[in-house]
Design a protein around this ligand. Structure first.
Ligand SMILES: C[S@@+](CC[C@H](N)C(=O)[O-])C[C@H]1O[C@@H](n2cnc3c(N)ncnc32)[C@H](O)[C@@H]1O
Ligand code: SF4
Ligand code: SF4
Length: 400
């Protein structure tokens, strides 16, 4: 690429980048001043994955859940906010298609709370799938009755991820819900049966399992269980502890790897496929890579707030290798007040994503100096918030 020069008037003289195939006419560039020079970041409407948290209310109260520790007000997305989010996502997708192609590929109804508990979840799923994108619902499975499964299929959900682990089964007992695990299992069998009767390959069923010291032994049973339930993938995550007692439950402070889980046969339409388990990393490593930023994901909270990822979507304490860290929700805008494209292409958000892609943060876990920056999720390189000790960027914590 030709050089950028500074003219006599102090302005940057930039060669015609569009001719070189780097930019299209009218595209916007965000300038960033770095320690050793300047960076130019092209701001494009290239969101590929939107996570929508339609409610932070839940019919369970799992001990591990951030809902027990956060300082955020709970709430449920109202219809106007959802419409604002849909309008924005549709506009973004159209803008992407007309500029560089690609665009929005998936909407996941997730976050912290129980999406199936939202009274208009079926309308929401139907409207999301009408955008022509894949739609995922993550759920604890308690409300996934036969009628709900049928309605979700009619609303064209293509992936349903059900959490099935010890923390959830303990929560059934604590809430006095007898037979909770049996209900979730029979709901999943019924969903799988419904799909088989209709000769469908979708929805894909996935299981989510948070592995801890106490339930490590159960990991080996997952392939068989997944096969029985017709699940084509199992997503295993480590625990992000929010309380000191759960801090002792983590498995990523040991040297032992997790046991490998073999693939299992799954009937899918008229085919038999092999299901796979995705295991998390269990050792802090030099390589850091944020899936949210790389996959061009965005998170929209129940109140319309826009955040970059699950790690920064709420304000809460957590324990990173035993050290307490207070995370503050990082809001970059709100779909109720401005189009998502404006938020996504804002200078702050574009610069933040560039910083995450280059991972220009300290590395607090292996630094060795007991400074106080990390206590509030800042770092010694002046970053607020910082991704310095983010366990999502290590693939130690994985979100469904
Ligand atoms: C917060 S839940 C929301 C959807 C639904 N209520 C459920 O439980 O599946 C999304 C996922 O986060 C996982 N999760 C909750 N707390 C966690 C923690 N402290 N560390 C790692 N994963 C956690 C849950 O197991 C679940 O798979
Ligand atoms: S079911 Fe999901 S959202 Fe509800 S408390 Fe458990 S992990 Fe949290
Ligand atoms: S590295 Fe972690 S905190 Fe930073 S954007 Fe990614 S998930 Fe969020």
């Amino acid at each position: 690429m030709a050089k950028i020069t500074v003219g006599k008037d102090g302005r940057l003289v930039v060669p015609a980048l569009s001719a070189a195939g780097h930019m299209a006419a009218q595209e916007v560039v965000v300038l960033e001043s770095l320690d050793d020079g300047l960076a130019l970041h092209v701001a494009r409407p290239d969101v590929q994955h939107a996570y929508i948290e339609v409610t932070t209310r839940c019919n369970l109260d799992c001990a591990m859940c951030v809902r027990n520790a956060w300082t955020d007000a709970p709430g449920q997305m109202d219809w106007e906010t959802f419409q604002a989010a849909m309008r924005s996502l549709s506009e973004l997708s159209n803008a992407a298609a007309s500029s560089h192609g690609g665009g929005l590929q998936r909407i996941t109804f997730g976050g912290y709370g129980e999406p199936l508990g939202h009274p208009r979840i079926l309308d929401m799923v139907a409207q999301a799938s009408a955008l022509g994108v894949g739609v995922t619902v993550t759920t604890n499975g308690l409300l996934l009755s036969g009628a709900m499964s049928k309605a979700l299929l009619a609303a064209r959900v293509d992936t349903i991820i059900v959490s099935l682990d010890t923390m959830h089964t303990q929560a059934y007992r604590q809430t006095g819900l007898t037979g909770g695990a049996d209900r979730v299992l029979s709901n999943l069998v019924a969903l799988s049966e419904l799909r088989r009767e209709q000769h469908l390959m979708v929805p894909r069923i996935g299981l989510a399992f948070v592995v801890t010291r106490s339930n490590l032994d159960e990991l080996a049973q997952l392939p068989k269980l997944a096969g029985t339930l017709g699940a084509s993938f199992v997503l295993v995550s480590n625990l992000l502890p929010h309380t000191p007692d759960l801090a002792g439950e983590i498995l990523y402070d040991r040297h032992e790897p997790l046991p490998a889980l073999p693939p299992w046969p799954v009937r899918s339409g008229d085919y038999v496929l092999y299901g796979v388990a995705r295991l998390p990393r269990v050792k802090w490593g030099a390589e850091r890579r944020c899936r949210f930023v790389e996959e061009r994901a965005v998170v929209i909270g129940w109140d319309g707030a826009v955040m970059p990822c699950y790690a920064l979507m709420h304000s809460y304490p957590c324990y990173i290798y035993g050290r307490r860290k207070n995370v503050t929700r990082y809001v970059l805008g709100n779909v109720r007040e401005q189009p998502l494209a404006d938020v996504w292409m804002s200078e702050e958000y574009v610069r933040f994503r560039a910083k995450v892609r280059d991972f220009r943060f300290a590395s607090c876990v292996d630094c060795g100096i007991a400074c106080s920056f990390a206590e509030n999720n800042d770092d010694c390189r002046g970053n607020t918030p910082s991704c310095a000790d983010c366990l999502f960027a290590q693939d130690i914590i994985r979100c469904p």
